[in-house]
Write a protein that binds this ligand. Structure first.
Ligand SMILES: CCCCCCC[C@@H](O)CC(=O)SCCNC(=O)CCNC(=O)[C@H](O)C(C)(C)COP(=O)(O)OP(=O)(O)OC[C@H]1O[C@@H](n2cnc3c(N)ncnc32)[C@H](O)[C@@H]1OP(=O)(O)O
Length: 281
């Protein structure tokens, strides 16, 4: 059986995940934070309280789907879209209970797009903490006669961005990032990457997402994770470790929302149709 088209509505079993202060520090390093961001990379600096990068929410809320997506070559699967809402700031260490549901299987012609929603609640209090919506694009699994799914009306504002933030990724960025949990060999093994049609291992989509989230946090939310309410975007082209990422951000008049996109040095957009929302200071 290739892709399982009967997946829609299938809910996975509740899944518990806990994280420690070390996990959130390692995650921050994996998405490029360093000595300039000690609140996210240390737990014992004078006068600094450890905080958690908001995009860690996506990892915290990951849970298995009820069934395997199907029997296809895993090298053909790429992360396509990622959105999350963070209902309150994440603690440096915590535990959540998450339920994950397949919400759509769309026929995109060159591939199939499978969308998944996960809801994570604090494991002790039951308080809703994170809602995460992800999709994966399985190349070569389209053309089965399904619907193409909803359209998006995202458009770049007709003015210069309010902020542009540039970060360099490291040659070994994916090797560092994978220690936060995603050991997919697409990001580390040249043989596996070649089977997927890439010259060399590519960067995790969620690593690009984490760099972009840092740019939004510092440029728009005053570096305060408590103000970071939501973020979404679409992975439009692969990133190779070592490439430079520039995040362009357009903030709404009241500062409550922003549009963004992330591009490589040559202008290729890699994270597109970005939206983010912020709480007041
Ligand atoms: C549970 C969550 C966790 C998941 C973790 C997954 C494991 C991870 O380890 C894997 C990764 O991190 S992979 C790295 C990150 N992702 C990428 O690099 C993918 C980059 N994107 C691409 O290569 C192409 O857009 C590609 C290949 C996606 C599509 O390119 P094409 O085949 O050329 O398609 P195109 O002709 O451009 O468009 C056809 C239709 O598909 C829609 N579409 C394109 N890109 C999309 C995307 N990223 N998301 C959603 N839809 C997308 C197009 O809009 C078009 O549809 P329509 O005509 O209906 O608009």
């Amino acid at each position: 059986m290739p892709l399982d088209h009967g997946l829609i509505g299938v809910e996975g079993p509740p899944h518990e995940r806990s994280w420690t202060s070390a996990d959130t520090l390692l995650y921050a390093l994996g998405v490029g934070a360093g000595t300039e961001e000690l609140a996210f990379t240390t737990e014992n600096s004078a006068g600094v309280r450890q905080r958690v990068l908001p995009t860690f929410a996506v990892l915290a809320a990951q849970a298995p789907t009820g069934r395997r997506l199907g029997d296809f070559d895993p090298a053909m699967l790429v992360h396509a879209e990622q959105a999350f809402e963070l209902h309150r700031e994440l603690p440096a260490a915590g535990r959540v209970r998450t339920t994950s549901t397949v919400t759509g299987v769309h026929d995109k012609g060159s591939g199939a797009l499978v969308t998944i929603e996960a809801r994570a609640a604090d494991a002790e209090s039951g308080e809703s903490l994170i809602t995460s919506r992800s999709s994966v694009f399985i190349r070569g699994e389209g053309g089965f006669g399904g619907d193409r799914g909803p359209r998006d009306d995202w458009a770049e504002p007709g003015r210069a961005p309010d902020h542009t933030v540039t970060y360099e990724t490291r040659q070994d960025q994916a090797l560092l990032y994978r220690l936060s949990g995603d050991r997919n060999p697409l990001h580390s093994d040249p043989v596996f990457a070649a089977r997927a049609g890439f010259d060399r291992p590519i960067l995790h989509g969620l690593c690009t997402y984490g760099f972009t989230g840092r740019a939004l946090l510092h440029a728009v939310a005053g570096s305060d994770p408590a103000r970071f309410a939501a973020m979404s975007g679409r992975f439009s082209k692969p990133v190779y470790p070592g490439e430079t990422l520039t995040v362009s951000i357009w903030v709404s008049g009241d500062g409550a929302t922003a549009l963004f996109r992330t591009a490589k040095e040559d202008g290729t957009v890699v994270l597109d149709r970005g939206r983010a929302a912020f709480r007041p200071a």
